[in-house]
Design a protein around this ligand. Structure first.
Ligand code: PLP
Length: 387
């Protein structure tokens, strides 16, 4: 049987592991397998490797070791949860509200819902058309706010949120409020460094930048108090106990170093792919709706809708032809939830038919042309089955 070429256009969900990063992980597993907490030479060697990875993650965020610490976590979700619950633990006796956007990833939205159960008021800043409503933010950020938590790039639409404006608001309205940024989709994907956002806590995730799954980090600005919620042997400077995932962490470090080194080139390739996709898809598939514009949105994410064909049906059609995209976000696509796309301003009839196409630098024009052809075929053959 002839095998079909796989075309992977779901890089906001996860990315293929970089070959050198995978090789490094293998070397750590088979040669440098010491426990960084052990005092013998094998442990010291492992500790050096851990230190190197830490500084690579920091550099990729635009920080130097004097400005911030890295706490390695298992993923972006853990990083965000640990920041949110750390602040809650410090401040819940004095302050009673937090401010997030209305289109956070579930790792922040659902953590906020947990706080609501404990009596915390959660203000959600509207994000219509991918823009934070700063008048709303101005009205809700005050001395009762313990935390502002906002993503830098939205995972479903690619919208880039104005975090610097939130930082300015907190400095004027409530200087002792903490700022957490979920930078999972922004890390290594924006022309500026995430260090310029002014945040106290920043969550990043390895598997979105060609590192293995099971790797992430919370970057904490120096001088900011962090309350751990995993207790044990005192790893990560007593801030996140548990033996470190050294193979994953070192691979993550290398992926960060490569992302930082090739950033200009990578961003220009992603922007070129986005422009090519917009042009090709609009020429070949006139029925498609483009939900976003090139300005104000990260280039690696493109949100489109196929009117009349539910996302999961088109997704299956494409998948059977070896083309992988996502319906909305990967995390919510299994239990249809239009929370984020509705906040963006899409009606349910459009949101239900939305596909997220997301690129990595491994993608080619041929991938995009094949997607356009398959979408046309899908539109022709599926539209009749729907009505
Ligand atoms: N935040 C955003 C914006 C994401 O896109 C994701 C994953 O898709 C996460 C957080 C969760 O990251 P992880 O899969 O590493 O837990």
């Amino acid at each position: 049987m002839e095998s079909i070429k796989e075309i992977y256009l779901d890089n906001a969900a996860t990315t293929v592991v970089d070959t050198e990063a995978a090789k490094l992980a293998y070397d750590i597993m088979t040669r440098f397998y010491g426990n960084p907490s052990s005092s013998h030479a094998k442990g010291i060697e492992a500790e050096h490797l851990l230190k190197k990875a830490r500084s690579r993650v920091l550099s990729c965020g635009g920080f130097d070791a004097k400005e911030a610490n890295v706490i390695f976590t298992s993923c972006g979700t853990e990083a965000s949860n640990s920041a949110i619950f750390s602040v809650y633990k410090s401040l819940f006796k004095r302050k009673k509200s937090i401010v997030i956007s209305d289109s956070e990833h579930p790792s922040v939205e659902n953590a906020a819902r947990e706080l609501e159960k404990s009596g915390v008021t959660v203000h959600r800043i509207p994000t219509k058309s991918g823009k934070l409503d700063l008048d709303f933010a101005q009205n809700v950020i005050n001395c009762d706010t313990m935390l502002i938590s906002c993503m830098a790039v939205n995972n479903e639409t690619g919208a880039i949120y104005d975090i610097k404006a939130l930082d300015t608001l907190r400095k004027t309205n409530a200087p002792d409020t903490f700022l957490h940024v979920d930078a999972v989709q922004a890390f290594a994907h924006l022309p500026y460094s995430i260090s310029t956002l002014g945040a106290d806590f920043i969550s990043v995730s390895g598997h979105k930048i060609h590192s293995p799954k099971g790797t992430g980090a919370l970057i904490v600005k120096k001088g900011i108090n962090f309350n751990p919620y995993i207790f044990g042997g005192g790893q990560e400077n007593n801030l996140r106990s548990g033996t470190e995932n050294l193979p994953g962490i070192c691979a993550f470090g290398l992926a960060c170093e490569k992302a930082e080194k090739n950033k200009a080139q990578n961003l220009s390739k992603l922007s070129e792919l986005n422009t090519f996709a917009r042009k090709t898809l609009s020429e070949k598939c006139p029925f498609l709706l483009f939900n976003t514009t090139p300005n104000g949105f990260a280039s690696h994410i493109l949100s489109v809708s196929v009117p009349g064909i539910r996302s999961e049906i088109m997704l299956r059609f494409l998948s059977e032809r070896g083309i992988f995209v996502s319906a909305g976000s990967a995390c919510s696509s299994k239990n249809a939830d239009n929370r984020v796309l509705s906040a963006f301003g899409l009606g349910n009839n459009v949101a239900d038919c939305t596909l997220r196409i997301s690129f990595s630098t491994n993608n080619t024009h041929e991938d995009i042309s094949a997607l356009a052809d398959a979408l046309c075929q899908g539109n022709k053959s599926l539209i009749h089955t729907i009505k």
